[in-house]
Design a protein around this ligand. Structure first.
Ligand code: EPZ
Length: 426
């Protein structure tokens, strides 16, 4: 699908949806706890969620969606192998690994593919299972694990979000210490959700201490997703880039601390008020240096978006992505729009003041497609056309509708418009 985006200033209010990346661990928690009924509210209507529900159905679950709620009946779930064509579509499905080990002590998954932001290995997930005493076999592009979880220690070589989620899920029946765990809000929310059902989890500096030996075995669980901090950050950056004035409702400001502080540093006027953020943009910003890293550092998932904003800085800015050093697709597309950006030997992104001009671009992954929309909102002279726009709709609920509502000029082909409306009416 090709969309057309034109220069526009954003004014108005936008409601932030539930977090895509909080949905997967919430499902994992329900499965690992052994619940037969899993109810999750504040769930965004996006394709990645639908793919996850298809995966659950392939394991024997039945699912129901109404309003912003997803109900999963997991009574008949089995540790069968997930079909590769489904599993390979979304990274979030990887939590099935830890969830089924937590519930059955058994799992078989296809080896997940890489994607356009770099290699996406799961060696740390496998290492965690080994360290808990599970037998793990990797062959024919599948990973199979089984065993009785022991008490023990998991030490991660690097901070991994879904790796940490899997390590926690496979530990819900044991006493486990996890060192060098990821502290993203979605991980902390998983911990909070498991503690509601008697899993004792203590955060002791860089260690997680889990004791699941006396936990409940609930028949049903109910979770409400935290707001999507990356959707919020995307709209904040879009408002700032267009020099507009927008208000975001339904955010958790703490989850955006590093992003808000960095934007204030470069001159964006941001007013914080409980669960709302007001953004007042301007024409030019101060240059800066950004290192994207594990939480609470600046998030890699907002690196493409802020790269666009920094074309409106008065001088040279430098970005380094320590999480996905190869997260550069947006740079090549921005250069097509006239951005003056260089990439150094060690993958630093060097952004010089640039006047973007509308042109044809290509979305390659979720966050770079959002970055291209922001570029289209500030590009001069002619519209910006973005091919493969459907990628963006996998991770942002009602994006076109929300952007239009705050004055963003974005048009999609008629048939997509029709699908978009049908999807909204579901
Ligand atoms: C999660 O991916 C998010 N996805 C990503 O969001 C996010 O960019 C990423 O965390 C970092 O914050 C979900 O939660 C579904 P990692 P994840 O394991 O867990 C390396 C989006 O746009 N690594 O924290 O897959 C890895 O290659 C997506 O919503 C290993 O080497 O990321 C990367 O360099 C994009 N071995 C680094 O660690 C492993 O076994 C961090 O990746 C696992 C990871």
């Amino acid at each position: 699908m090709i969309v057309r985006v034109e220069k526009s200033k954003l004014y108005g209010e936008v409601e932030i949806s539930g977090g895509k990346n909080a949905f997967f661990p919430a499902v994992g928690a329900g499965i690992a706890l052994g619940a037969n009924r899993i109810k999750i509210s504040n769930t965004p209507k996006i394709k990645d969620i639908d793919i996850m529900l298809e995966i659950l159905k392939s394991l024997g679950c039945s699912v129901r969606k109404y309003n912003d709620t997803v109900e999963i009946d997991a009574e008949k779930i089995q540790p069968k192998e997930v079909p590769q064509e489904l599993f390979g579509k979304i990274r979030g499905a990887i939590v099935i690994f830890g969830a089924l080990l937590g519930r059955f002590g058994k799992v078989k998954i296809p080896m997940p593919g890489g994607c356009r932001i770099g290699e996406r290995p799961i060696d740390q997930h496998i290492k965690a299972a080994h360290q808990l005493g599970f037998y793990v076999k990797e062959e024919n592009k599948t990973v199979e694990a089984h065993g009785i979880p022991k008490d023990g220690k998991i030490l991660f070589d690097i901070k991994t979000v879904t790796g940490t989620e899997n390590a926690i899920l496979m530990s819900v029946n044991s006493c486990v210490e996890i060192e060098n765990f990821a502290k993203e809000p979605e991980v902390i929310e998983l911990i909070n959700n498991l503690k509601k059902f008697g899993v004792k989890i203590e955060i002791n500096n860089n260690k997680l201490l889990i004791d699941g030996k006396h936990r409940d075995f609930p028949d049903s669980v109910e979770f409400r997703l935290i707001p999507d901090r990356i959707e919020a950050g995307t709209f904040i950056i879009a408002g700032a880039a267009t020099g507009g004035h927008i208000k975001l409702r339904n955010v958790i400001i703490d989850h955006l601390r590093s992003t808000i502080d960095k934007l204030k540093d470069i001159g964006v006027n941001i007013i914080e008020n409980e669960n709302e953020i007001e953004v007042i943009g301007r024409d030019l910003y101060e240059p800066t240096e950004i290192v994207a890293d594990s939480y609470p550092a600046f998030p890699t998932d907002l690196q493409p978006q802020i790269t666009v904003l920094l074309t409106k800085a008065k001088g040279k800015s430098i970005l380094k992505d320590n999480v996905f050093p190869e997260r550069l697709n947006h740079v090549f597309e921005l250069i097509k729009l006239g951005a003056n950006i260089k990439i150094s030997e060690d993958n630093r992104i060097i952004v010089y003041p640039s006047r973007l001009r509308g042109s044809r671009t290509n979305a390659t992954d979720l966050r770079s497609s959002a970055a291209l929309v922001i570029a289209g909102l500030i590009a001069e002279d002619s519209p910006t056309f973005i091919e493969n726009f459907e990628i963006l709709e996998r991770g942002y609920e009602n994006f076109v509708y929300k952007l239009r509502k705050i004055g963003g000029y974005i048009s999609i082909p008629m048939e997509a418009e029709h699908q978009c409306i049908q999807y909204l009416l579901k």
